[in-house]
Design a protein around this ligand. Structure first.
Ligand code: HMG
Ligand code: MG
Length: 301
């Protein structure tokens, strides 16, 4: 089998990882963690979210975090933006890239952003246009691509329709979300086969959650289909509060360990990643779930 020479990892821990945490992490600790991550060789970090603080209280300090971090010029600092109000705040905080998001399934879309799919698209279009006009690139997430906690199976044709609408808006990349971590490698192959007939592989990224332990297997299938951008969260932190049953993201340290071992270049330094993992484990005050981290802790002398 042949593998890509290099892969881009987009670290979503400070956003997806922390948005669901019950324990409030201090703003200064989030800033220190992002600064640690910025020195690990990762060149993309999603640092926070400009959603309504009532909906996601854990990230209510988005502006302070974005303004407080030390910017590494080699890193793109991105954040979620749901609407023009969020864009206003994101521009004030001067993020490099905005990430719009919506779901392929109606019920998750409504529960998560309080709108029907048809109502969401024009709102996101405004965000894309406003971002591009302000010199910011835009990424899009599509959630519930492989299944929805409210509706169950999601029709791939619906995934194609919404993906098309998002890419048409002028986003530079579409991240396909297995929001509740139910995908398996066969399903990933089937869905990607359909999508890759319509969209260039360079425009697609994968966003796996590891609820049932299938995230790395899903990465392997995606790699075989020439996808080279993956989202992950250090230590496997994460989950969407509006998707019951969703648990942690694919862990960045597990992903980096696997890819480095396969000779696929990630640019990420494992030792620095471990330091950043130990830092956030102490702050969230619970053991991190990533296998690589646990193995390193167990064998540390
Ligand atoms: P809404 O209540 O429908 O908003 O919420 P609205 O437009 O009707 O406005 C109501 C009030 O909220 C107004 O204030 C607005 O100004 C204010 P008022 O006039 O009443 O004083 N408002 C805001 N304030 C601050 N920032 C804003 C903002 N927008 C409106 N951005 C909204 C709609 C989208 C805002 C809300 O539903 C929301 O914030 N949802 C976010 C949910 C969320 O963050 N979920 C997790 C992220 S998605 C995810 O995890 C999946 C992903 O990881 C991929 C995957 O795994 O699949 C990305
Ligand atoms: Mg997610």
């Amino acid at each position: 089998m042949s593998w890509p020479k290099e892969v881009t990892i987009k670290e979503v821990g400070p956003r997806d990882g922390l948005q669901n945490e019950i324990k409030m992490i201090k703003t200064e600790d989030k800033i220190s963690w992002i600064n640690e991550l910025s020195e690990s060789g990762l060149n993309y970090i999603e640092i926070t979210s400009f959603v309504h603080p009532k909906w996601i209280p854990a990230l209510g300090d988005a502006v302070e975090v974005a303004k407080g971090i030390k910017r590494n010029p080699d890193v793109t600092y991105a954040a979620l933006v749901p609407n023009l109000k969020g864009l206003e705040r994101a521009l004030e905080a001067n993020v490099d890239e905005t990430s719009i998001f919506m779901s392929a399934s109606e019920t998750h879309n409504k529960k998560n952003i309080n709108k029907k799919i048809a109502e969401t698209l024009p709102i996101l279009k405004e965000v894309v246009h406003g971002s591009l006009a302000s010199g910011k690139t835009v990424r899009a997430y599509l959630s519930t691509v492989f299944g929805c906690s409210y509706e169950g199976a999601v029709d791939p044709d619906q995934v194609v329709r919404v993906s098309d609408a998002l890419l048409e808006m002028g986003v530079s990349e579409l991240s396909l979300g297995d929001t509740i971590g139910v995908a398996n490698p066969q399903q990933v192959e089937q869905v990607l086969e359909i999508l890759l007939k319509q969209f260039p592989k360079e425009k697609l990224a994968m966003h796996f959650h590891n609820t049932h332990g299938t995230a790395l297997a899903n990465v392997v299938v995606s790699l075989q289909m020439d996808i080279t951008t993956f989202d992950s969260s250090l230590g496997g932190l994460g989950g969407c509060p509006y998707a019951p049953g969703a648990s942690g993201n694919l862990a960045t340290d597990d992903l980096v360990y696997m890819l480095n071992g396969m000779g696929v270049d990630t640019g990420v330094k494992e030792d620095q990643l471990q330091r950043a993992a130990a830092f956030i484990e102490e702050k969230v005050a619970k053991p991190l779930q990533s296998n690589h981290y646990k193995a390193c802790q167990a064998t540390r002398v």
